[in-house]
Structures are given as structure tokens and as C-alpha cells.
Design a protein around this ligand. Structure first.
Ligand code: BV8
Length: 230
């Protein structure tokens, strides 16, 4: 029985063609974070924020899961033990890649949220600030996405899973954003085996006992084969 918690970031979707955040041509290069990924930015210009997420939703729909997403689904399907993907990504490539046990700790493009009554519903492909909330009828629709300064989702569950894990793997995340960037430290403190998959050392590389560098579509399938042969 081997329980594994896998934290993923924008890097796992990079080879599917989705922009990461901190590459030169990344998402934050075109948009100031403060303008599109904070409650203040949304309050100031909700139409801009809706346009930003409509563009992300369109790109996500055009992208396909890659061999790294599929390798994680294969690990979950075949490993004797629990495999949970905790993703910082808001795209649905893990779902479309076949993973079942997924926590979107920073929300998802697939969801809409009413800023007035907190009702949640499946998002339209294109959203605007004028969309009525299906529940309260008011026009305070926002993407169901966790912005900077907001509390990520299911944090208690995530820490519980880390406490029960034998292995904690982080894939394609730069370790810039907390609390996600602190998970490896917590895992290591608890004696969980920690492994980082990236193109280069992340900001929290010292929290990992094992590192595997290279494109995730190459490093992940190899690692999953090893995990399934153990
Ligand atoms: C909170 C949704 C508290 C939006 C996102 C000072 C110090 C410490 C912390 C803070 C601080 N000031 C403020 C904070 C808190 C803040 C934070 O950490 N800020 C940072 C910038 C300093 N955090 C928050 O605000 C969080 N909330 O703290 O709440 C609280 C407490 C009580 C009550 C209320 C609140 C919420 C943060 C969530 C923000 N939302 N996403 C959207 O998607 O539009 S963040 C977004 O960026 C992602 O979700 C992700 O979390 C984050 C980092 O992105 P990565 O996924 O790591 O991507 P990145 O481009 O950075 O890196 C990609 C990596 O992949 C690279 O390493 C690259 O080498 C690698 N790669 C590329 N290609 C490949 C690859 N690897 C393998 N194969 C490849 N092919």
C-alpha cells in the first residue's frame, strides 16, 4: 500500500501548449497579476478579468492532455494505494487525462461563482459581468478561481492527505506561491519521501530528497513505470 500526493503546477500543462506564469512569454508577462488575479483587480475592472479567463478557457479547450497527465492517471488506476492530484492549475487537463481523484486548490475555469450569494455553477464558455446568478439573480458573477489574498480550497483535506502519504511529488511548479509551495516542507517534516519534477530546481528544491529534471512528458512516464514495478 503506497499513498501518493501529487502537487502539479503550470509546468505539467506547458507541453499541452498552455502558458505558464513565470516564463518570459508567460501569462503574467502580458497581464499584471494585480489586474487579473486579485479581488481588487476584479472590483476595479470585472470585464477585463472576465476577458482574461474567457481567453484561458478558450486556450484550455483547444489543448489536449499530454503524456504526463496520462501517466498520473495510469498510476492512480494501477497502484495499490491512494493517488491524489492536488493541482494549482485551473485547466481540466487532469480530468481529460483520466485522473479521478483531483483537488483544484486554486479553483477551476469550469466553475462560476456569485460574489454576492456564493452560489456555484458550471461556467459558460464565455462569461461577462452582466451574467445573472442562477440563484439570486444579481449580476456579481466571477470565475470560481482563487486569487491572490484568497484562501485556497480544501486546505484541511490536503494537509490530512500529506499526513497519510508515503510519497509527495511536485510536478511543474516553481515554488513561488504559498501555501502550495510549503507542502513539500510539511511532507518532509513528516518523513514523507519528497520528489520534484521540473526543468530546473524550483524555489523550494531544498525540501525535496529526490529531483528529476527534464520535460514532464519524459520524466513522469518513466517514474510511473518504476512505481508500478516496485
Ligand atoms: C493566501 C489561480 C491567505 C489564478 C493562482 C509574501 C510571502 C509569502 C506569501 C505571500 C507573500 N505575499 C503574499 C503572499 C501570499 C500569496 C503568495 O504566495 N504570493 C507570492 C507571489 C509571494 N498567496 C496567496 O495569496 C494565496 N492565498 O495566501 O491566502 C489567506 C489566509 C487567510 C484568509 C484568506 C487568505 C493564494 C494564491 C493563489 C493565487 N492563484 N492561480 C489563475 O490561474 O489565474 S496562483 C498561480 O501561480 C498558480 O495557480 C500557481 O499557484 C502559481 C505558481 O504557478 P506555477 O504553477 O508554479 O507556474 P510557474 O509558471 O510559476 O512555474 C512553472 C514551473 O514549471 C517552472 O518551475 C518551470 O520550470 C516548470 N516547467 C515548465 N515546463 C515544464 C516544466 N516542468 C516540467 N516539464 C515541463 N515541460
Amino acid at each position: 500500500m503506497t499513498n501518493i500526493v501529487i502537487l502539479t503546477g503550470a509546468g505539467i500543462s506547458a507541453e499541452s501548449g498552455l502558458g505558464t506564469f513565470r516564463a518570459e512569454n508567460g501569462l503574467w508577462a502580458e497581464h499584471r497579476v494585480e489586474d487579473v488575479a486579485t479581488p481588487e483587480g476584479f472590483a476595479k475592472d470585472p470585464a477585463l478579468v472576465h476577458r482574461f479567463y474567457n481567453m484561458r478557457r478558450a486556450e484550455s479547450a483547444k489543448a489536449s492532455p499530454n503524456a504526463a497527465h496520462e501517466a498520473l492517471a495510469r498510476l492512480e488506476a494501477r497502484l495499490a494505494g491512494d493517488v491524489t492530484v492536488v493541482t494549482q492549475n485551473v485547466d481540466d487537463l487532469h480530468e481529460r487525462g483520466g485522473s479521478q481523484s483531483i483537488i483544484h486548490m486554486h479553483g477551476a475555469l469550469a466553475g462560476s461563482l456569485c460574489a454576492a450569494c456564493e452560489h456555484r455553477w458550471p461556467s459558460a464558455f464565455e462569461t461577462t459581468p452582466q451574467d445573472d446568478c442562477p440563484s439570486c439573480g444579481r449580476q456579481h458573477t466571477r470565475p470560481d478561481i482563487v486569487w491572490f489574498g484568497e484562501m485556497p480550497y480544501q486546505m484541511e483535506r490536503i494537509y490530512q492527505l500529506i499526513g497519510q502519504a508515503d510519497v509527495f511529488a511536485a510536478i511543474g511548479t516553481s515554488g513561488n506561491v504559498y501555501p502550495a509551495a510549503g507542502f513539500a516542507h510539511e511532507a518532509r517534516r513528516l518523513g514523507v519521501h519528497t520528489v520534484e519534477f521540473n526543468l530546473e530546481p524550483s524555489m523550494v528544491v531544498t525540501d525535496f530528497v529526490e529531483t528529476r529534471y527534464g520535460p514532464a512528458t519524459e520524466t513522469l512516464p518513466r517514474w510511473v513505470d518504476e512505481m508500478l514495478e516496485r
